[in-house]
Ligand binder design. Structure first.
Ligand code: HEM
Length: 422
């Protein structure tokens, strides 16, 4: 049974908007692994226990839909895979899945390596830059090339800017009042609509181009062969653009920050890359542990939300229809029960992790809505990391960044560094 709390609506909104991750973390620390918060008409459950997460994402998943927190995201993504309701999702997932099949990964890996190297060649010894922005630029370029062919080319910076503009107002995406705020004449709203218009224009242009060039074997070609409206196509493309680059970029930024703080691990990564080469994905075991551990401490998708569509039993509690459930990898993955010294970066724990129960670690979610890009992202993170460390050393200019939980878990203030050639 959950611990029960009553919080006034203004206090709840204030805490969720100022620091949602801090607020939820305190709820967990003070009240345990299963917490019920009633706030005005809202009924919210925080689930941290692996068994309960399992019930929501797997056993009882048909009784839940995506939660309203995603409504904000819908403003940009429409009804793409991430935000689609059940029936549409089922159909679309089947159509999109082949783009992520195992036999495509080797081709994608080549693009990851070449694109990363291209970007790294522009770096200069002694240069100051923000690794967070660099990682965003590289992953955006990679997603464009792998999923849409090379057809965006020199417009990548424009896409990056439009993406940034349209996401600027999202940092508070979980706030209950946000749906109303989109109608206010705020600067962030103006930027959102401008960014969205630019992205739409680019995506519709891509679709039009590809109709003429025919099948190129990529994600976009695959969608074009399926029966789907232009609007649905646009939504799927926008979803992949967004879901497919910001998450991996953040995973890498946190990994690079943690390595700078842990020189012994930086050395081990360096030695592994020297021994096996930076392209040998299968052999880069230490790189895998390191990225996995970074995603444990700083999971890019820090909260996963659902809403009960009908009354449902979870952990012996009957959740009413309309109850919102929040499952947070960022909180769950720091439990000492499963991860001794939970706040410490200890990649070696992944050497022997078979004993972990399912959903003690779930940076990619689980069940029918599990991240479609999981294998792609794991491969991408390892190969990008190896490419960076093979060529460059860097010195962090500030202390370890704090977290800025928006749609994804970003490092506040980015990751400013000074580069040194290795
Ligand atoms: C480190 C990188 C990534 C992380 C941590 C991550 C995390 C997640 C999580 C937790 C979900 C499930 C959300 C939920 O259940 O509500 C998800 C869904 C999704 N992700 Fe990822 N993701 C990553 C990379 C990618 C990449 C590279 C792509 C595409 C190329 C991608 C595309 C998607 C899509 C389309 C969905 C919706 C799937 C569905 O509902 O069927 N993600 N991701």
């Amino acid at each position: 049974m959950p611990a029960r709390l009553n919080i006034s609506a203004p206090a709840f909104i204030w805490r969720m908007s100022r620091d949602p991750l801090g607020f939820l973390t305190r709820l967990h620390q003070q009240h345990g692994n299963f917490v019920f918060v009633r706030s005005g008409p809202r009924r919210l459950y925080l689930l941290i226990e692996p068994e309960l997460v399992h019930q929501v994402l797997i056993t009882e998943n048909l009784k839940f839909s995506k939660s309203r927190g995603l409504e904000m995201t819908k403003r940009l993504l429409g009804n793409g895979l991430l935000t689609a309701g059940r029936e549409l999702h089922l159909r679309q997932r089947r159509l999109v899945q082949p783009a992520f099949a195992k036999n495509r990964m080797a081709g994608y890996a080549r693009v990851v390596i070449d694109t990363t190297r291209e970007h790294l060649r522009r770096w200069r010894h002694g240069q100051f830059l923000d690794l967070s922005q660099e990682m965003m630029a590289i992953t955006l370029d990679i997603i464009t090339r792998t999923m849409f062919g090379d057809s965006i080319g020199e417009r990548t910076p424009l896409v990056a800017r439009a993406m940034h503009d349209s996401l600027a107002g999202f940092n508070v995406g979980l706030i209950p009042l946000m749906p109303l705020m989109q109608y206010l004449p705020l600067e962030s709203n103006r930027r959102f609509w401008r960014g969205r218009r630019q992205l739409d224009a680019i995506i519709y242009d891509l679709i039009e181009q590809r109709r003429h060039t025919g099948d190129q074997g990529d994600f976009l070609s695959m969608l074009l062969m399926a029966p789907m409206s232009d609007e649905q196509l646009r939504d799927e493309c926008m979803t992949i653009f967004l879901a497919g680059h910001e998450t991996t970029a953040n995973a890498l930024t946190w990994t690079l920050a943690l390595l700078a703080q842990h020189p012994t691990w930086m050395d081990r990564v360096g030695r592994e890359i020297e021994a096996h080469g930076p392209e040998n994905y299968a052999a880069l075991e230490i790189c895998r542990w390191v990225t996995q551990e970074a995603m444990r401490l700083y999971p890019p998708a820090w909260a996963i939300g659902r809403m009960a569509q009908e009354p449902v039993q979870i952990g012996g509690e009957l959740l009413e229809r309309g109850s919102v459930v929040i499952m947070s990898p960022a909180i769950a993955q720091r439990q000492s029960r499963y991860f001794p010294e939970p706040d410490t970066f200890r990649p070696e724990r992944w050497q022997d992790a078979e004993h972990l129960p399912r959903f003690a670690y779930f940076p990619f979610g689980g069940g029918n809505r599990v991240c479609i890009g999981e294998h792609f992202a794991r491969m991408e993170a390892v190969l990008m990391l190896a490419a960076v460390v093979a060529a460059w050393d860097y010195r962090m200019l500030d202390r370890m960044p704090t977290t800025q939980p928006g749609i994804t878990l970003r490092p506040r203030g980015g990751l400013p560094v000074q580069l040194a050639r290795r």
